[in-house]
Design a protein around this ligand. Structure first.
Ligand code: SF4
Length: 336
């Protein structure tokens, strides 16, 4: 995406933490929230640096916390960091329904084997099913998503009960189902919120077809009770940021194993912090500094995706799979 902005003057004020040198990279400065915010450019639709999506689409900003996975919410951190743009406290949900029309920007993306769907993370700065967003606005947004060709909408929540109620009201009935390009996801950071997966499965029981996914991120506790049966896509990851909690190797391995048992596609996003790296025990103990530890892992072939925070490989393996529905939507695009 070419913005015409001058990278050499970008990201040096307004709270952005990126070094000036980093902002000379197009993939950095065109995706940097603060870069846009500092110039009064609307934070509506931008390329995302979240590896499992292509863009974010925020019809609301602000949220309230519901479980331990929210403790270091990155959306809250961003709102607090760029106060001049967001202006309101994070706990206040602010609607941006004027951005519905921006859906037309989510065109299919080119690829060597034909157009591929544009992955869109809906409300990365809030929760689509938050009580503060009216049922009318939620249905307006779903209307727009249903009509959008070429995009896959990823709606992730920690509020599956409201999601279930509204989805069942809208889609129940024989042969209705939820369109394949609207994926319904739930965050399950550890065993304590395992019940959220049951709630998601019960959506399928009531409406029929639905693509369900789970984000096990940030993993902050044991995951051996998470049941991914019927879940088509599992995203895993550790916590990043200055106060990141450690992800134990066992917690990650249990989540991966259970996702494999359920035959879900897996996307391990990142380990979040070097001390959560599942292969950190391989690093010689005399290396103390995180940068040295990461370098050692790279030099010894453990790390294949070093640009992800804390690395994104597990035992020299990467997990970058997408659910079958992705290929189905992609195939339909090629027929158009
Ligand atoms: S539900 Fe999501 S957006 Fe809302 S506070 Fe929790 S982590 Fe943040």
């Amino acid at each position: 995406m070419e913005t015409g902005l001058r990278p050499s003057t970008a990201c040096t004020n307004g709270g952005c933490r990126h070094a000036r040198a980093a902002c000379r990279q197009p993939e950095c400065y065109t995706r940097c929230y603060a870069h846009y915010a500092n110039r009064g450019i609307k934070l509506t639709v931008i390329g995302s640096n979240i590896s499992w999506t292509n863009s974010t689409w925020n019809l609301a900003t602000g949220c309230t916390k519901v479980s331990d996975g929210c403790d270091h919410c990155y959306a809250e951190e961003l709102v607090n960091r760029i106060k001049t743009t967001f202006k309101r406290p994070f706990s206040e949900v602010v609607l941006h329904m004027d951005r519905l029309s921006h859906v037309r920007k989510f065109k299919p993306l080119p690829s060597p084997d034909g157009p591929k769907p544009h992955l869109v993370f809906v409300n990365s700065m809030s929760d689509f099913w938050h009580d503060a967003i009216s049922e009318r606005d939620i249905h307006r947004a779903l209307d727009v998503m249903e009509d959008a060709e070429g995009a896959i909408f990823q709606i992730l929540t920690k509020r599956p009960i409201r999601a279930r109620r509204l989805l069942v009201e809208r889609y129940r009935g024989p042969g209705v189902g939820i369109p394949k390009h609207i994926w319904i996801g739930v965050s399950t950071e550890d065993n304590r919120v395992a019940v959220r997966l049951n709630i998601m499965r019960s959506i399928r029981e009531r409406v029929g077809d639905v693509v369900l996914f789970a984000s096990v991120e940030p993993i902050v506790g044991p995951t051996d009770k998470l049941d991914f049966s019927g879940i088509e896509w599992v995203i895993t990851g550790g916590e990043s940021g200055p106060h990141a909690r450690k992800m134990e190797r066992l917690w990650l391995m249990d989540a991966l194993e259970r996702a494999q048992q359920a035959e879900a596609a897996i996307w391990h996003k990142q380990s979040g912090h070097i001390r959560s790296h599942p292969n950190i025990r391989e690093v010689p103990s005399q290396l103390i500094r995180p940068a040295d530890q990461m370098r050692w892992l790279r030099e010894h072939g453990w790390e294949l995706l070093p640009h992800e925070k804390g690395g994104a490989t597990v035992d020299r393996q990467t997990y970058r799979q997408l659910p079958r529905a992705y290929q189905e939507v992609k195939a339909a695009l090629s027929l158009v």
